[in-house]
Write a protein that binds this ligand. Structure first.
Ligand code: URA
Length: 209
């Protein structure tokens, strides 16, 4: 079973509390999502492998460390996932960014994929799928299905707020992936919103209704 980790860093928890509040407007909301994504990026890249490299400083030759593992890809689930990309990219600017878009079918209420645009060598990359909200888990499961269909195997899922229902569904569907969240909330309500949550992350990021 992959790891399930709540990132309890005080800065993340503090910023998340501001993010949740109704009075926080789109500009601050966007900035906070970015900042939290960056802080989470710092935590979720903790175990990236290193290798020795010989370098020359102005003083001497020395052996130091550099990243040795796979190249990275950040894959936001549209729309709200886009809000987390810049924060991640500020830490790993060489990462490529793929996009997976989904809409909810009005009749079945299930997510349907409408866009998949990924780096060509996605099967070779360490992938971070990002979406601020893990609610029912439907979009995350479908996005990861889609990545695995294209040969991807190293996948970590990173969200800000999760519901127990979504975590369980994602773990059951994809037991191999690691899940990182800044908060595990109480439940989903009858409309599929996370309680207490923060409302519709996409609408709050982009100022729509
Ligand atoms: N998506 C959101 O944006 N918010 C929720 O509470 C659930 C799903």
């Amino acid at each position: 079973m992959g790891k399930f980790q709540i990132i309890t860093h005080p800065l993340i928890q503090h910023k998340l509390t501001i993010l949740r509040q109704t009075k926080t407007g789109s500009k601050d909301f966007r900035e906070l999502v970015n900042e939290i994504a960056m802080l989470m990026g710092y935590e979720v890249t903790r175990e990236l492998p290193l290798e020795d490299v010989e370098i020359e400083t102005p003083i001497t030759q020395t052996v130091q460390k550099r990243l040795s593992g796979k190249k990275m890809a950040i894959v936001p689930i549209l729309r709200a996932g886009i809000g987390m990309v810049d924060g991640f990219l500020s830490l790993v600017p060489a990462a490529k960014v793929g996009h997976i878009g989904m809409y909810r079918d009005e009749e079945t209420l299930k997510p349907v994929e409408y866009l998949v645009k990924l780096p060509e060598d996605i099967d070779q990359r360490q992938i971070f799928v990002v979406d601020p909200m893990l609610a029912t888990g439907g979009s995350a499961i479908l996005a990861i299905d889609s990545l695995k269909k294209r040969g991807a195997s190293n996948i970590k899922f990173v969200c800000l707020v999760s519901a127990p229902e979504g975590v369980k569904a994602l773990q059951e569907a994809h037991p191999d992936i690691d899940i990182f969240t800044a908060a595990l909330d109480e439940k989903l309500n009858e409309n599929g919103y996370i309680v207490p949550g923060l409302g519709d992350a996409g609408d709050r990021l982009f100022g729509t209704k």
